[in-house]
Design a protein around this ligand. Structure first.
Ligand SMILES: Nc1ncnc2c1ncn2[C@@H]1O[C@H](COP(=O)(O)OP(=O)(O)OP(=O)(O)O)[C@@H](O)[C@H]1O
Ligand SMILES: Nc1ncnc2c1ncn2[C@@H]1O[C@H](COP(=O)(O)OP(=O)(O)OP(=O)(O)O)[C@@H](O)[C@H]1O
Ligand SMILES: [Mg+2]
Ligand SMILES: [Mg+2]
Lengths: 256, 256
């Protein structure tokens, strides 16, 4: 039984890709068969796992416009239990080309239906917008994981994101649940971080993961080596945080 | 003679809003009549200047769909020489509603034509995408200012941004120039920052501003007080950096 988790937040730079890549890698370390799908034309999740977006022959774009079967474009990664559906700049075209297509919001959901027995987790990395790519990901997902950067502007966007999730739940995917909110780039020396963390916990109570991802320079270095943090520096705070997050997700999956 | 500068980069969280708000405020401190236009439905530039997006009666959305004249929705700010065209979540509707409209890319340019004698600088804050709102801003602008966060993922997106700028220059706005690249969130203790800074300077040479905006916690605190850095903490490194950037822009305007 596969669990599809969409990592989304239209606020930019809050740690969506860092969370999608490192949660996927941590699930793979726990020997859960995991597929990471890069739904962002920026293709940061692709390069974060060491795959060069320019050299990829086929990517998610060809799948969404119906030219390729998703199983045919899956790439291996350095971790045995982790595979990747890459993206590249062509994916920008999908937003424009799908606009006037029938059932444009369920293209990804349809593509994933052929994969359900192959993986235990499918993680979707979204771009910083609430356009068609993010809507496709929310429609294909069982739940949505929301990274919240511990900064003032990041708090403001949450109400819009929750409205969009509600809209998708009402009209496109009634089963969509909130997996949880994960606080990212937490710096304990910084007042704002404590204020934002307190406010998020007050608002969202038990929906906030116990694991807090601390600001950790090793997390921002690892993508330049094309490696998730568990392969780049397993002893770093960042690796510990994302392994803990994976443990929480696995424990939570048992309860759903 | 007005100079319209668009602050754009589709990579999320690189400091677009922080740059747009604080550059505008710094130009106002130098007694240049400045208008900041918030082209992002997240409305961070609006709240960053102390205006509540929910309480704004009219915003850029009404202007782009032709319901309001831009001069009629301009708000004052705490700085005499700085005014604001606010945004709010309704602006998300503009991307969808304008898709099938004739001359959808020049709506903002048309709206600005009635303002040219009122301001010396008009600064446009863009959302983290290359959709219709950013295209409108690039088409209305004389030049584009590109914040580059000193992080690995931020480097990767630059080629896509430059392609889009070239596309706009070729088909929508032949006068569009690059104002420059400004390095943001620079932390001298962090190797990645030095690597990215060296690479950006090697690639873009004299197009990179001498001013580097350092990571400074006061910059991330000031939006929660609805104040630009010059009003929140004039003695901070962040305030000095943005005042320096404004000086470079003013000096450069004389050369163009
Ligand atoms: N906990 C952390 N500590 C230090 N740096 C981090 C952390 N999390 C993310 N980063 C860095 O911050 C930047 C933004 O993170 P990331 O790219 O993952 O955000 P995003 O939400 O995916 O951005 P976008 O909105 O562009 O998709 C990246 O350069 C990343 O390396
Ligand atoms: N030099 C800096 N030092 C410290 N924090 C900063 C700095 N510049 C920006 N920030 C903080 O980093 C976060 C991202 O910056 P900002 O929101 O300006 O980026 P953006 O590019 O406008 O994001 P988006 O892509 O969502 O529009 C904000 O919380 C901001 O307060
Ligand atoms: Mg990302
Ligand atoms: Mg912004």
């Amino acid at each position: 039984m596969v669990k599809v988790i969409c990592v989304a937040n239209q606020k930019g730079g809050v740690g969506k890709t860092t969370t999608a890549v490192n949660l996927s890698a941590s699930l793979a370390v726990a020997e859960k068969k995991t597929l990471l799908i890069d739904c962002d034309p920026q293709a940061n999740a692709t390069s974060g796992l060491g795959v060069s977006p320019e050299q990829v022959a086929k990517n998610l774009y060809q799948v969404l416009i119906g030219k390729e079967n998703i199983a045919g474009i899956i790439c291996p990664t350095e971790l045995d239990y982790l595979q990747l559906v890459p993206s590249n700049q062509e994916l920008i075209g999908a937003e424009i080309e799908l606009v006037n297509t029938v059932s444009r919001e369920i293209k990804l959901k349809e593509a994933l239906s052929s994969l359900t027995n192959k993986f235990e987790y499918i993680i979707l990395d979204c771009p910083p917008s609430l356009g068609l790519l993010t809507i496709n990901a929310l429609t294909a997902a069982d739940s949505v994981l929301i990274p919240v950067q511990c900064e003032y502007y990041a708090m403001e966007g949450l109400s819009q994101l929750l409205k969009t999730i509600e809209l998708v739940t009402r009209s496109l995917n009634s089963a969509l649940a909130i997996e949880g909110f994960v606080l990212t780039m937490f710096d304990s020396r910084n007042n704002i971080c404590h204020q934002v963390a307190d406010e998020v916990r007050e608002h969202f109570q038990d929906k906030v993961f116990a694991t807090v991802v601390h600001r950790n320079v090793r997390l921002s270095e690892s993508p330049s080596y094309g490696k998730p943090i568990v392969l780049y520096d397993i002893s770093s705070k960042g690796a510990v945080n994302y392994l803990d997050l994976a443990k929480e997700i696995i424990a939570q999956a048992r309860r759903f």
